[in-house]
Design a protein around this ligand. Structure first.
Ligand SMILES: Nc1ncnc2c1ncn2[C@@H]1O[C@H](COP(=O)(O)OP(=O)(O)OP(=O)(O)O)[C@@H](O)[C@H]1O
Length: 356
């Protein structure tokens, strides 16, 4: 494999953040499933991809271009590696932000071997000229390299070997239709169910040589926000705790105690998520309350509340964004063990005193 990449090796982040931090990057290679059979969950995607790859292999052809969309940490990079492995092809990894000029892309494309798999992460963040060059490369396996500037500029056609592009994006809707249409196969990756995540935790524990019982794996899975990367990260923290404070074996009690040290609750909410909910419930009686007011109440930036905390709270059905402001759902009251005051009816009957 060839890393051509400047992937963000981000500063330490939330334990329940979905992007990879340095520690994740260091250990993920060892935990990645190596083939489709090992890849847990995403049944439809696996079944469809299996057909695409088998058919290409039977024809002795290069596989169609594949677009993978879905939230961070759901296994897009892993799947690209599996595609290369299943096709017996080398893999090159790069990302949209690393390709700022069409020339950057031309350099990568012209050095590909026949059948190579090119994984382009965050494909929606590529520059426009590079994107246009990619259209022709995907369709006709050639690019026009522009030499010179102004009226004297000349286009030199360059033949490329057939290759498979695997594009990954967290925002399929941001891809221009001409680019989206050039993928032969598009797969949307969903968040994982608790049973699937339990299998992920179990498998990773086995690879890391950590003793865990099924309830311990279930406890970690339930706090992993539907995301294998988070499940693996929580597992590492629980392993530390089990080594230091218990006999090394991860049980439900050990996992629960470890993750309460890290302030990740039974549903996967962390300190920030709970602070937002608590403010909404205790200070504003469940809302509606404007985003700016809510942010001030928790001492965070508006963007942090909106982009970091809210998406998961909304996905979990704990908070709703309404035109009149943020509103807690009955599940939010129940989750924090509080009773909704009479009249807290999801915001319908309340006045929004604070503005959106
Ligand atoms: N289906 C799966 N089965 C087992 N482990 C998985 C699965 N999907 C992902 N993982 C694990 O989760 C981690 C993150 O996966 P991966 O890097 O492929 O996610 P990603 O979608 O590419 O994330 P990003 O969008 O941040 O690049 C990997 O270590 C991998 O081992």
């Amino acid at each position: 494999m060839n890393w051509d990449d400047t992937t963000d090796a981000t500063a330490p982040e939330r334990l329940v953040g979905a992007s990879a931090d340095r520690e994740d990057q260091a250990v993920e290679a060892a935990l990645r499933p190596k083939d489709l059979d090992e890849f847990i969950g995403q049944e439809k995607v696996r079944e469809q991809l299996d057909l695409v790859l088998r058919a290409a292999r039977a024809r002795g052809a290069t596989a169609d271009h594949v677009l993978l969309s879905g939230a961070p940490g759901l296994g897009k990079t892993t799947l690209s590696m599996i595609i290369a492995a299943e096709m017996g092809a080398p893999l090159r990894i790069t990302s949209g932000p690393a390709i700022q000029h069409a020339g950057d892309l031309a350099a990568i494309l012209s050095s590909l071997q026949e059948g190579e798999v090119l994984f382009l992460d965050e494909i929606h963040r590529m520059s426009r000229p590079a994107e246009e060059m990619l259209y022709m490369a995907m369709e006709d396996f050639r690019v026009d390299v522009i030499v010179g500037k102004g009226p004297g500029a000349t286009a030199i056609p360059l033949e490329l070997p057939p290759f498979t592009l695997v594009g990954a994006t967290t925002r399929a809707g941001l891809l221009p239709p001409p680019l989206r249409d050039r993928f032969g196969f598009t797969a949307h990756m969903e968040f994982y169910g608790p049973g699937e995540l339990q299998r992920v935790v179990h498998r990773s524990a086995h690879l890391l040589d950590v003793a865990i019982d099924p309830d311990g794996a279930a406890e970690i899975a339930g706090r992993s926000r539907g995301t294998p990367r988070i499940a693996n990260r929580l597992l590492r923290r629980v392993r530390d705790y089990a080594q230091v404070k218990a006999d090394g074996v991860i049980t439900r009690e050990v996992a629960g105690a470890a993750l309460s040290v890290y302030e990740v609750d039974a549903r996967g909410l962390d300190r920030l998520d709970r602070a937002v909910l608590q403010a909404l419930l205790k200070l504003f009686a469940g809302g509606p309350v404007g985003l700016s007011t809510l942010a001030v109440a928790v001492g965070e930036e508006r963007e942090t509340v909106e982009e970091v905390a809210e998406p998961f709270l909304v996905r979990e059905g704990l908070l709703a964004r309404t035109p009149r402001g943020r509103v807690a759902t009955p599940a939010a009251w129940a989750h924090l063990g509080l009773t909704a005051p009479a009249g807290a009816d999801g915001g319908k009957g309340q006045q929004d005193l604070f503005g959106a």
